[in-house]
Write a protein that binds this ligand. Structure first.
Ligand code: FES
Length: 309
């Protein structure tokens, strides 16, 4: 039987919102590693469940603003009712404050953990960190004998210095059918997990040349091999054996004042034809292990965690 006082339970009721909130945080952290859409989805889930959690917590401590029905008979609450209401309001203040302070403190701690991680992950996209500064002048095209591959090492970004050193295997194909200079420029990163590939054939170090900080060493490969897991490619970069999922990445090029200028880096599915007659579709740079064409690109849409671009 009711004694006229508010017996509203001050302890928060059980709620699923914190579980949803935690799942959202987990999605953000996993998404930062494997997929931006997953991180965005996690952020949305976190915000929605966080708001619901806070609203639920606030409601569970909300004061009853109407007096008990029987107290309105003569419009004047009894002393006991006033005392009970005063106690209720007092309890609301302390319990509500502690609940909201706990959630707020958790939010501050969570922000302290997540924001620096987000900063390190996102800021480089806006400051240009990690982006190679192409084009790169590789020197006179006379340094690239026709029909011969040249191991070409160069600095991708002057600002980043030696950490941006890259290697490309460059073959001068002579003139194309349109009478334009043709070069095959293959990037040395294996498209399985990113190990450096090696030319399968002798290198002629006694014929090596340099141009500024570019080193040029002729080589006669029968193909390219990866020492990590046995990936193998032909001289057009097509996979011939092992676990790689596509052909080797390439660089675009141009010729300016008789010099070969390295252009954008791009990914390739399959190369048809050879040398100046090679035909391929150019895709945006993809992580190693990622299919860029065929049905597989839908079946395996996520990059391999830890495989650098
Ligand atoms: S990284 Fe080249 S085969 Fe695995």
């Amino acid at each position: 039987m009711s004694d006229g006082t508010d017996n509203h339970d001050q302890a928060p009721g059980s709620s699923l919102w914190p579980i949803g909130f935690a799942i959202g945080i987990a999605c953000i952290l996993v998404g930062l590693v494997i997929s931006w859409p997953a991180a965005v989805l996690g952020a949305a889930v976190t915000i929605v469940f966080g708001v619901l959690w806070i609203r639920d917590a606030a409601r569970s401590h909300a004061p009853v603003d109407s007096a008990p029905a029987h107290a309105l008979v003569d419009g004047t609450p009894s002393e006991a009712q006033l005392a009970a209401e005063e106690q209720h309001l007092e309890t609301y203040g302390r319990a509500g404050f502690l609940t909201l302070a706990t959630i707020g403190l958790g939010g501050v701690i969570g922000a302290g953990v997540v924001l620096p991680s987000l900063g390190f992950a996102v800021l480089p996209s806006f400051t240009g960190e990690g982006i190679e500064t192409n084009p790169v002048d590789l020197g006179p095209i006379s340094n690239f004998p026709e029909g011969t591959f040249v191991i070409t090492s160069f600095t991708g970004s002057k600002r980043q210095g030696d950490v941006s050193r890259r290697t490309a295997y460059i073959r001068n194909n002579g003139l194309s059918a349109e009478k334009e200079p043709s070069f095959t420029i293959i990037y040395s990163r294996c498209v399985h997990l990113g190990c450096p590939i090696q030319p399968n054939g002798p290198a002629f170090k006694d014929q090596a040349k340099t141009y500024k900080d570019v080193t040029l060493t002729p080589v006669k490969p029968a193909g390219f091999g990866c020492p990590c897991h046995g990936g193998a490619y032909d001289t057009e970069g097509n996979r011939t054996a092992g676990p790689p999922v596509r052909s080797l990445d390439r660089y675009a090029f141009s010729v300016a004042d008789g010099n070969l200028i390295l252009g954008d880096h791009f990914s390739v599915g399959t190369v048809a034809g050879t040398a100046a007659d090679a035909v391929m579709t150019r895709y945006p740079v993809a992580y190693p292990g990622v299919h860029v064409d065929g049905i597989e690109r839908f079946l395996y849409p996520l990059p391999v965690p830890g495989a650098g671009a």
